[in-house]
Design a protein around this ligand. Structure first.
Ligand SMILES: O=C(O)C(=O)C[C@]1(C(=O)O)C=C[C@@H](O)C=C1
Length: 281
């Protein structure tokens, strides 16, 4: 089984993929293909270079990963699972705190440590990298470079943990999605218990008319379907024109869910079903 993740080794995406592979009743050990960018992971899934991709979709401090939401809309993929991973950012370097002139990390990681950086490194140059583990590899080259990355990256790349746990809120979790090509059969055993499932969809209205959002939500309320997330994201067609990303409990295999989506489909211009998948509790 080949799994595409944001690389290099030591990224939180790889950590999520390892947690997922262990959780699923998979016989074959995952081989990882590492990609520089989330869009490359989606491309590898769509052109079937990899069997699955693991991509970050939201963080408990910073919110949604916009590029992932966009790619979910633009690509023919199916979500097969979700994985929630606790994130502990550490300040890693070869040198000491007094040597640090540049701090590197993924934009999401820098944002999750915004107050820490403003308080302790107000005048230090910040540079973005493709991933936290990419930042760690660069920090191995110069004493004056530090990376915000995981403990496993510190071990993997021989960096000192100068300051552990630097994110602005201790409760820091990132939710990842496991995706496959829509046209690839999945050999993963599905868990039969409905209430442990979630479904994700994307909805687009033809025009923003009064009560339009109410009509969407009404379909779920009428059938007592519990929404777990609803988020608007620019359609990129015009300012103020949005796609709606909706997650809710239940599986498309459930008649109630199927009927709600059939009704909803008649009310909107586009409804994209991203898949039903086991919740990660
Ligand atoms: O850079 C990594 O290690 C990643 O896996 C990416 C990513 C993200 O894009 O959100 C994943 C978890 C953290 O929130 C920080 C970065």
């Amino acid at each position: 089984m080949i799994v595409g993740v944001l690389g290099p080794a030591g990224s939180y995406s790889e950590k999520a993929a390892k947690k997922w592979a262990k959780k699923m009743e998979h016989t074959d050990v995952p081989v990882f293909n590492y990609y520089e960018d989330i869009t490359d992971t989606f491309s590898a899934v769509v052109n079937k270079t990899v069997d699955y991709g693991v991509v970050p979709v939201e963080n408990s401090i910073e919110g949604s990963v916009g590029i992932t939401l966009d790619q979910l809309f633009e690509n023919e993929i199916t979500i097969t699972s979700e994985i929630v991973v606790p994130i502990e950012h550490c300040l890693l370097s070869k040198g000491s705190l007094s040597d640090i002139k540049i701090i590197l990390s993924h934009p999401q990681a820098l944002a999750q440590c915004r107050n820490f950086l403003k308080t302790h490194f107000k005048n230090t140059e910040l540079r973005t990298t493709g991933s936290t583990s990419h930042a760690a590899t660069l920090a191995t080259e110069f004493d004056e470079m530090a990376a915000i990355a995981s403990r496993s990256s510190a071990e993997m790349y021989g960096l000192k943990i100068l300051i552990p746990n630097i994110q602005d809120h201790n409760e820091n979790y990132t939710r990842f999605l496991v995706i496959k090509s829509k046209y690839k059969t999945s050999n993963i055993k599905s868990i039969p218990t409905e209430h442990l499932y979630k479904t994700s969809i994307i909805v687009y209205l033809d025009q923003n008319r009064p009560g339009a959002l109410y009509e969407i939500l009404e379909e779920f309320a009428k059938k007592e379907i519990n929404l777990t997330k609803i988020e608007s994201r620019p359609s990129k067609k015009a300012l103020g024109d949005y796609l709606f990303y909706i997650d809710f409990e239940g599986s498309i295999q459930d008649e109630t869910i199927k009927s709600a989506l059939d009704n909803l489909g008649r009310k909107v211009k586009m409804l994209k079903n991203l898949g039903s998948y086991p919740k990660d509790n």
